[in-house]
Design a protein around this ligand. Sequence first.
Ligand SMILES: CC(C)(COP(=O)(O)OP(=O)(O)OC[C@H]1O[C@@H](n2cnc3c(N)ncnc32)[C@H](O)[C@@H]1OP(=O)(O)O)[C@@H](O)C(=O)NCCC(=O)NCCS
Length: 156
Amino acid sequence: MPQIQALAGRCLAEYYPPDAFWSAMSDWPSGQLAACDGRAVAGFLCGARKSGSVATVALLAVDERMRGRGIGSALLGAFLEAAFGEGFSVVDLEARADDQRAISFYEGRGFARAELRPMAYADGSDAVCMAICGPPERRVGAPLKPLRSTGFMKLV
Ligand SMILES: CC(C)(COP(=O)(O)OP(=O)(O)OC[C@H]1O[C@@H](n2cnc3c(N)ncnc32)[C@H](O)[C@@H]1OP(=O)(O)O)[C@@H](O)C(=O)NCCC(=O)NCCS
């Protein structure tokens, strides 16, 4: 858990207190995923259950040194598999409206822009709300298999 908190602190613009991670873990253990390189956490995804039919990607980050190797896609794919497998029909998320790379990342993995939420972040930035609908065959990504040639990935 300390590694995940440190990664979030380095990679995400907003501050998330340690309690937020413990609370996510206790609310929905199967919605919390980490990709590990040995004992080091390379990336993580924190999910949350919003309603009976909607799950959300609350946080997603990959270590700067490990990006571009498919880890983010695998975490997202594994999360969609878990969420749709548990019966959720929609997975949504918010990205900073000025973060075109993150928005393109999600669009490239099947998410569509839904609406703009003005001044959603502490610094006054707007959020773009995005969503993907089931059924599971619409999922993208390649979860739960070794990544490229490295073969190190483990989801816990
Ligand atoms: C977005 C993020 C999770 C992607 O993780 P990743 O392991 O590099 O993703 P993959 O290797 O599976 O895919 C790489 C894709 O991410 C995109 N990307 C988005 N932000 C990126 C960044 N800061 N650095 C490198 N690639 C990034 C690349 O353009 C590439 O897109 P493409 O394959 O459609 O061309 C990661 O870049 C990250 O942690 N960014 C900072 C935090 C963040 O933006 N989180 C999401 C906010 S809602």
